[in-house]
Design a protein around this ligand. Structure first.
Ligand code: ZN
Length: 205
């Protein structure tokens, strides 16, 4: 194995796609053949064959149903595989990434570290453990405090339904999920009603 694994992990609106696009550009500038994959579940921007960042950058991508389709769609001269929204893939994605590395193909992925409840998302914990390098871009908390945005570093994704925080027991992925229902939040302003609270470190008498 000669190639390395890089993970880009963060909340929504942290610029993960932009960071992934930068990695792709660097590889292509260095003369590498890059293939970009994303899971079918991500219907954001309603475009079928590209990844696109909030700041307007884009790159063509293969949309695949299962993680094993990445191997099926791999072209023989590919040297770098970039994977967008990796948290939505099935658990087999870990083996797929390992097989790519074993074949001396560099892998760079972007994914949501936590779901809206603040719990680790899909295979992200395992994938991040395997990384040689991790980049964690952050967003800005947009919660209104005294009429202004909070502005603190945001590492969590808040889901709001009709303006109210979604419950812990709500499904992790909603059918027809739109970005409008999500907001970047700092730890202080991330609210999940019904979330089990950790055991307190001090017992009250
Ligand atoms: Zn905040």
């Amino acid at each position: 194995m000669t190639e390395s694994l890089k993970g880009i992990s963060g909340s929504m609106f942290a610029g993960k796609t932009e960071t992934l696009l930068k990695e792709i550009s660097r590889a292509e500038y260095g003369g590498k053949k890059v293939q970009v994959f994303k899971p079918e579940i991500d219907n954001r921007w309603k475009t079928e064959a590209e990844i696109r960042s909030h700041s307007g950058g884009s790159h063509k991508a293969c949309i695949v149903k299962n993680s094993s389709n990445i191997i099926d769609c791999l072209e023989p001269d590919t040297q770098v595989v970039a994977i967008e929204e990796i948290q939505f893939f099935d658990a087999e994605i870990v083996d797929v990434v390992r097989s790519l590395l074993e074949a001396d193909i560099r892998v760079v992925f972007a994914g949501l570290s936590l779901d809206f409840r603040g719990e680790p998302f899909g295979s992200m914990p395992t994938l991040l453990s395997l990384c040689d390098e991790i980049e964690k871009p952050t967003a800005v908390c947009t919660e209104t405090v005294d009429g202004k945005p909070c502005g603190a570093v945001a590492t969590k994704t808040q889901r709001l339904i009709n303006g109210k925080p979604a419950n812990y027991s709500d499904p992790i992925v909603l059918i027809g999920d739109e970005e409008e229902g999500y907001h970047a939040r700092c730890p202080k302003h991330h609210r999940v009603p019904g979330k089990p609270t950790p055991k307190p470190i001090y017992q009250s008498k």
